[in-house]
Ligand binder design. Structure first.
Ligand code: NZQ
Ligand code: ZN
Length: 381
């Protein structure tokens, strides 16, 4: 087990009816919020109503920045930065999924920065400070509610890049499992795939595989995501399944499941981000395609023992081949695509996607080259 330095300052309020807790918390941070949300799901499931009432009752004024799209885009982030400044907002409140929270983080940083917000994503500038951020999460998937990263697509250059830094941790995140009951079935599935992806990336790329506690945490979160999602697919109103899924997805990317691994890489994510940059597909759908293909190559390159370990801990599978099959079978079972062709992504595009992913790989300090990424993508045909 390697040395590590872990801290996570996010206050989580979790459970039925917790969204109004953001009112008093926001009132301590300032006077006027930019309320950021997406295409309107929060107006159908009561989140908008509960949140805005709590803000009014606690004397927090707000301006609205809606229309954040899944895979949020730079132009909309820039518009949000301009609005936050023009309206004199001293905090950001995000109500929605990872896309809304990520765009909110970018706006929170951009509003305190003299240059262009994209500088944070292409490595030109570090996030030194940001407006305080509060979130009401409506889809368990990304972990953005309890981490300090964000992902935005520059739609002109087709670069889907990330930024981060301690200033981007939300102050408070409210997680009400009931808010997730209106999720379309496929979004519940994609969220599950994403949570599994987060929990496995460092597990499989660790520089130290003798770390029983983190391995067992990974196994437990993966098992919980799988079991909860199966229950949700049967009964979308199953509160305890929704609750377990929501907390599992948060735990999958809040830093805990990495402690003691001595670093690792996010290779499936680097490749997927290029797929969603070009084809605007849901992140979880892209991951369900990349992961089985990547795992096959990982096995060829000496990953047998680690895959067996994961298989034993999560699926009761003794072999590496069986583990890969079980992962793919779960993705299929919940309705996620597992081959590029299912999303009509042609083989001819592979070099373009791989070149784009290779740039992300480099930015993230990983080592894989374009030909190897092409091989993985070809295995996903
Ligand atoms: O826009 P609205 O109307 O809210 O609809 C959304 C959207 O269409 C809908 N939705 C969300 N909650 C709902 C709901 N519909 C009904 N009921 C609810 N309760 O779901 C759709 C997808 O939402 P989105 O926010 O895009 O999903 P997700 O949370 O999966 O976020 C994906 C984005 O986060 C990035 C991804 O790359 C992608 O851009 N990621 C962020 C990470 C991070 N910050 O740590 C890590 C991840 O690896 C990931 O890269
Ligand atoms: Zn992800």
């Amino acid at each position: 087990m390697q040395n590590f330095d872990f801290s996570n300052p996010v206050r989580i309020v979790f459970g039925r009816g917790v969204i109004p807790e953001l009112g008093p918390a926001a009132a301590k941070a300032g006077r006027k919020a930019l309320l950021v949300y997406g295409g309107g799901s929060i107006k159908k499931n009561g989140v908008y109503e509960a949140l805005t009432r709590a803000l009014r009752e606690n004397g927090v004024a707000f301006a609205e920045h809606s229309g954040v799209k899944p895979n949020p885009v730079l132009s909309h982030v820039r518009a949000g930065v301009a609005k936050a400044r023009a309206e004199g907002c001293d905090m950001i409140i995000a109500a929605g999924g990872g896309s809304v929270i990520d765009e909110s983080k970018a706006i929170a940083a951009g509003a305190k920065y003299g240059g262009d917000v994209w500088d944070f994503f292409c490595g030109k500038a570090e996030v030194e400070s940001a407006l305080p951020l509060f979130t009401a999460l409506t889809i368990p998937a990304t972990g953005s509610e309890m981490n300090s990263g964000c992902v935005v697509t520059n739609e002109e250059t087709r670069q889907k890049y990330s930024a981060g830094g301690p200033a981007l941790f939300p102050r408070v995140s409210a997680l009400d499992p009931e808010a997730t009951m209106t999720l379309p079935r496929e979004q519940s599935a994609y969220g599950a795939v994403d949570a599994i992806a987060h929990i496995i990336e460092n597990y499989f790329t660790t520089s130290d595989a003798d770390n029983a506690v983190t391995d067992e945490l990974v196994h437990a979160v993966a098992r919980s995501v799988i079991a909860s999602t199966r229950r949700i697919m049967k009964d979308p109103k199953d509160y305890n399944a929704r609750a377990s899924m929501m907390w599992s997805a948060t735990l999958a990317l809040n830093g805990l499941a990495n402690c003691g691994y001595g670093g690792g890489g996010f290779i499936n994510h680097a490749i997927e981000h290029s797929l969603s940059a070009f084809y605007d597909i849901p992140h979880g759908a892209g991951l369900a395609i990349v992961i089985p293909a990547w795992a096959g190559k990982y096995l060829e390159r000496g990953g047998r023992a680690r895959l067996e370990n994961f298989g034993r801990g999560v699926f009761g599978e003794a072999t590496a081949e069986g583990t890969i099959k079980a992962m793919e079978a779960f993705f299929r079972e919940v309705g996620a695509p597992v081959r590029l062709g299912e999303l009509k992504i042609p083989a001819a595009d592979i070099p373009k996607v791989a070149a784009n992913a290779a740039a992300t790989v480099k930015l993230w300090g990983m080592e894989m080259q374009q030909p190897e990424i092409e091989e993985i993508l070809r295995a996903a045909l």
